[in-house]
Unconditional design. Structure first.
Ligand code: SF4
Ligand code: SF4
Length: 323
């Protein structure tokens, strides 16, 4: 595939990388069969190959994003199913992340959509705000019919009200900053990403993770000042907020890694989308000055999904806590 980025465009590290990614797509179409949006909608432009074509055209021409490109890139779920299918090793994730940032910088969405996206970015990553919003949604649900349903934004707002759970579990004290001691002999020490929306909607997931790890003899640290991994903002193309959230996590875990604490064997994540983002911190911070670039690389190298911890551990969890 020939690409024709201008020398000016190629100064941008993201564009340089996208150029490389675009070159590796051989248009074989293997990815289409595993793409849920293509399977559902049957439109080539809602397949990975179609989106790569649209992104290539947008970046090569240097033109601002069009409504058509935005529609098809917005429909991508970032499930990354296409990446495990691709025989050519196309790094679709980095490509679509770059495209989303480019869209935010060059395309003006209708104002209700801009407001909705801004509101999501200001609420979802922050557990206290998200909890308050869920309680508000519960109270507001009977009035959902008053939201005008003609526009896409109105339909989305109604759908969100419909999705709000009927009851929100109380906050779990296990998720507060603290050290959960290993049961029996200590075999390892990890930090747990307690996250944002999940800790409000289903705190039992973090609680179960902590119980499981400590029973395996692994000490679990919940660090101060960690929070959302940044994926939500990153996937909306909101670069600065995403970097701010990621930086806070990197700072929190680096304090443990570099001396304030007792070191870490891993950073454990129990939400796969968050894990994908934390593992990509090295890439997100690749152009940042020292020590952030190095810290981000270190954190990314330590990031492990809870399932990886279990499969790699030589010590199966004990069924019962020791007396
Ligand atoms: S499978 Fe990979 S190489 Fe083939 S069309 Fe999809 S992205 Fe391109
Ligand atoms: S990441 Fe997007 S393009 Fe790839 S399979 Fe999922 S929905 Fe399709």
């Amino acid at each position: 595939m020939q690409t024709s980025f201008t020398p000016e465009q190629l100064k941008d590290p993201d564009t340089r990388e996208s150029n490389g990614i675009l070159r590796t797509c051989v248009h074989c179409g293997f990815c289409t069969a595993t793409c849920p949006t293509f399977v559902l909608l049957g439109d080539e432009l809602d397949s990975p190959r179609g989106r790569i074509y649209l992104i290539k055209d947008m970046l090569e021409s240097g033109r601002p994003a069009t409504a058509e490109v935005v529609k098809h890139v917005d429909r991508c779920l970032s499930c990354l199913s296409c990446m495990t299918t691709c025989p050519s090793g196309v790094h679709y994730m980095h490509l679509v992340d770059h495209a989303r940032r480019y869209i935010e910088e060059t395309y003006e969405r209708p104002w209700p959509e801009r407001m909705l996206r801004r509101m999501l970015g200001m609420v979802l990553p922050y557990p206290a705000r998200f909890r308050a919003a869920l309680l508000g949604a519960r109270l507001g649900r009977p009035f959902g019919g008053l939201i005008p349903g003609a526009s896409m934004t109105g339909q989305r707002l109604r759908a969100m009200l419909g999705l709000a759970p009927g009851a929100v579990p109380p906050p779990s004290p296990m998720q507060h900053p603290q050290v959960h001691k290993a049961k029996g002999e200590r075999r390892g020490r990890v930090a747990l990403l307690t996250g944002c929306a999940q800790q409000v909607l289903a705190p039992s997931i973090n609680e179960a993770t902590i119980r499981l790890l400590t029973r395996m003899g692994i000490e679990v640290v919940i660090t101060r000042e960690q929070g959302c991994c940044g994926a939500l903002s990153h996937h909306m193309g909101h670069h600065d907020p995403a970097m701010r959230l990621a930086r806070a996590n990197i700072a929190a875990w680096s304090r443990e890694i570099e001396g304030e604490g007792e070191g870490l064997d891993a950073v454990v994540i129990n939400a796969s989308g968050c894990g994908t983002t934390v593992k990509d911190y090295g890439h997100m911070f690749r152009e940042e000055p020292a020590p952030w670039k190095q810290r981000a690389e270190k954190v990314a190298a330590l990031a492990m999904d809870i399932s990886e911890v279990l499969t790699k551990s030589a010590t199966p969890p004990r069924a019962r806590r020791p007396a």
